[in-house]
Design a protein around this ligand. Structure first.
Ligand code: GDP
Ligand code: MG
Length: 438
C-alpha cells in the first residue's frame, strides 16, 4: 500500500510539507488497517510529521525512501527500539512471575512456554502454579502443560482461593529450592473489578519480579482498554503478544507499548510449547506498515541498503582490493535487512515456511559471529588476512569469544570469496557464466 505513494514522492523529487502530509495519510490508513488504536495512531503520525517535514534528504536516496525510512525508524523506536528485552530474573529466588490478561488471551499456554524456555535454555528449576479457580479444567490444563514441558506444577488442592494458592506456591518453592514460580491467573471475558482485585491481592502477597500482560495480537481497538485497565490496577512490567502466527498485522503491539510503557518481551506464534519468540520491533514495524508484499519487501531492501556503500564495495571487488573490513561492512548491510525468517515472516501466506525455518535465524547468527571475529582483529590483519597464523588465531578467538575452528572457517570462506572475485575480474561476467558459476 505504501510503496505507491512513496514512488509518487520519488518522482516529484522534493520533500515538501504537502508530500509528507500525503504520505502520512497513507501511513495512518495502514496503521488503522493493522489495528493500531486510533489515539495511538494520531499521536504517532503527528510526531513523525514533525520529524519528516524539512528533514534533510541524502543525495543517494529518493525523498520517498527518506520518508519511508523516517516512518519505519520512528515505528521501531515506538515499539521499543532494536533488540529484545529479556524476562527479569534478578531477584532472590524463588522469583515469582505473574501472568495476567483476559480469558483466552493465551496466559496458560504462555506460562507453559516460558517454563519450557527457562528450564531448557537457562537451566532454571521452574514451578508452575495455576490460580485459575474460575474454570474447573484450568488447573488441570496447566498441570498437563507442565508435564509436556517437563517441569513441576503445584499439586491441586480443592477449595483454595487464588491468594491461598499463590502463598502455597511460594512456600513450596522456597522449601524445595525452585528458581522461578510462574503464577497463571484466571481471566475474564472483559475487565471487571473483581478480577482486578484478585490480581492485586495476589500481587501484594507474592511481590512478583515480572507482571506479564498476555494479549492476543488479534485484539484490535480494544487492546488499549485492556492494557490501560491492567496497567492502572496492577502495573505491567512486560507484554507478551500471542497469536502472531495468524493474519494479525500486530498493531496491538504498538498500542500496548504506548499505553503501558512496558516493553513487549515475547511473542507467541503457535499452540505448541516451543512457539515462543523474542520480540523483534523491526519485524513488527514492517508488518504494521503493510510491507507484506513482495514489492514492499524489495523496496525495504532498497531503502535500507546504503547505495553509496554498495557501490564502493563493488568497485573494490572489481579492483581485487576487497578485504576483511569490506566484508564486515557488507555483513552490516545484510544484517540491516533482518534475518531470513524475519523477511519470510513478512510475506503473506508464508506462515508454513516460517514454521519450517523455526527460530533458527541461521544467516544472522553466522554473520554476527563473523563480525565479532573481524572486530577482534588488528587493522593489519583485516587488510592482509594472510598474516593470521596460529598464535594470532588463538588471540582472535579468545577476543571474540569464539574458537580457532570458527576463525578458520571465516578465513577459509573469505579466501573462497576472494578467489571468486579474482576469477571474476579475469574472466568478466560472461566468462563466469560460461563456466557456469553465475
Ligand atoms: P488463557 O485463557 O489466557 O489461559 O488462554 P489459553 O492459554 O488457554 O489459550 C487459549 C487458546 O489459544 C488455546 O487453544 C491455545 O492453544 C491458543 N493459543 C495460545 N497462544 C497461542 C499462539 O501464540 N498462537 C496460536 N495460534 N494459538 C495460541
Ligand atoms: Mg488460562
Amino acid at each position: 500500500r505504501l510503496s505507491g505513494v512513496f514512488d509518487g514522492l520519488a518522482k516529484r523529487g522534493a520533500l515538501s510539507e504537502a508530500d509528507v502530509m500525503e504520505a502520512m495519510r497513507e501511513v495512518r490508513l495502514a496503521m488503522l488497517d493493522a489495528d493500531v488504536a486510533l489515539p495511538v495512531v494520531k499521536d504517532f503520525v503527528n510526531k513523525v510529521k514533525e520529524r519528516a517535514v524539512g528533514a534533510e534528504v541524502l543525495e543517494s536516496i529518493s525523498p520517498g525512501q527518506a520518508v519511508a525510512k523516517i516512518v519505519n525508524d520512528a515505528l521501531i523506536d515506538a515499539l521499543g527500539g532494536a533488540g529484545a528485552v529479556p524476562i527479569t530474573l534478578n531477584a532472590v529466588p524463588p522469583v515469582p512471575i505473574l501472568m495476567v490478561g483476559l480469558q483466552g488471551s493465551g496466559k496458560t499456554t504462555t506460562s507453559g512456554k516460558i517454563a519450557l524456555r527457562l528450564s531448557t535454555r537457562e537451566r532454571k528449576k521452574v514451578l508452575l502454579a495455576s490460580l485459575d479457580t474460575q474454570r474447573p479444567a484450568a488447573q488441570l490444563q496447566l498441570a498437563q502443560l507442565a508435564t509436556q514441558a517437563n517441569v513441576a506444577s503445584l499439586p491441586i488442592v480443592a477449595g483454595q482461593t487464588p491468594v491461598e494458592i499463590a502463598q502455597r506456591a511460594m512456600d513450596v518453592a522456597r522449601r524445595e529450592g525452585y528458581d522461578v514460580v510462574i503464577l497463571d491467573t484466571a481471566g475474564r471475558l472483559s475487565i471487571d473489578e473483581a478480577l482486578m482485585e484478585e490480581v492485586r491481592q495476589v500481587r501484594a502477597v507474592t511481590q512478583p519480579a515480572e507482571t506479564l500482560l498476555v494479549v492476543d495480537a488479534m485484539t484490535g481497538q480494544d487492546a488499549v482498554n485492556t492494557a490501560k485497565a491492567f496497567n492502572d490496577a496492577v502495573g505491567v512490567t512486560g507484554v507478551v503478544m500471542t497469536r502472531m502466527d495468524g493474519d494479525a498485522r500486530g498493531g496491538a503491539a504498538l498500542s500496548m507499548k504506548a499505553i503501558t510503557g512496558a516493553p513487549i518481551k515475547l511473542t507467541g506464534s503457535g499452540e505448541k510449547l516451543d512457539a515462543l519468540e523474542e520480540f523483534h520491533p523491526e519485524r513488527v514495524a514492517g508488518r504494521i506498515l503493510g510491507l507484506g508484499d513482495i514489492a514492499g519487501l524489495v523496496e525495504k531492501a532498497a531503502d535500507t541498503l546504503d547505495h553509496e556503500e554498495g557501490e564502493r564495495l563493488a568497485k573494490k571487488m572489481m579492483a581485487g582490493k576487497f578485504d576483511l573490513d569490506d566484508y564486515a561492512s557488507q555483513i552490516r548491510q545484510i544484517s540491516k535487512l533482518g534475518s531470513i525468517s524475519g523477511i519470510v515472516g513478512m510475506l503473506p501466506g508464508m506462515g508454513k515456511v516460517k514454521e519450517a525455518l523455526g527460530d533458527k535465524d541461521l544467516d544472522t547468527t553466522i554473520l554476527k559471529t563473523h563480525l565479532a571475529i573481524i572486530s577482534s582483529m588488528t587493522k593489519g590483519e583485516r587488510k592482509a588476512p594472510a598474516i593470521i597464523k596460529a598464535s594470532r588465531k588463538k588471540r582472535i578467538a579468545a577476543g571474540s569469544g569464539t574458537s580457532v575452528q570458527e576463525v578458520n572457517k571465516l578465513l577459509k570462506q573469505f579466501d573462497m570469496m576472494s578467489s571468486m572475485m579474482k576469477r571474476f575480474n579475469k574472466l568478466g561476467m560472461k566468462g563466469l557464466m560460461r563456466q557456469g558459476m553465475s
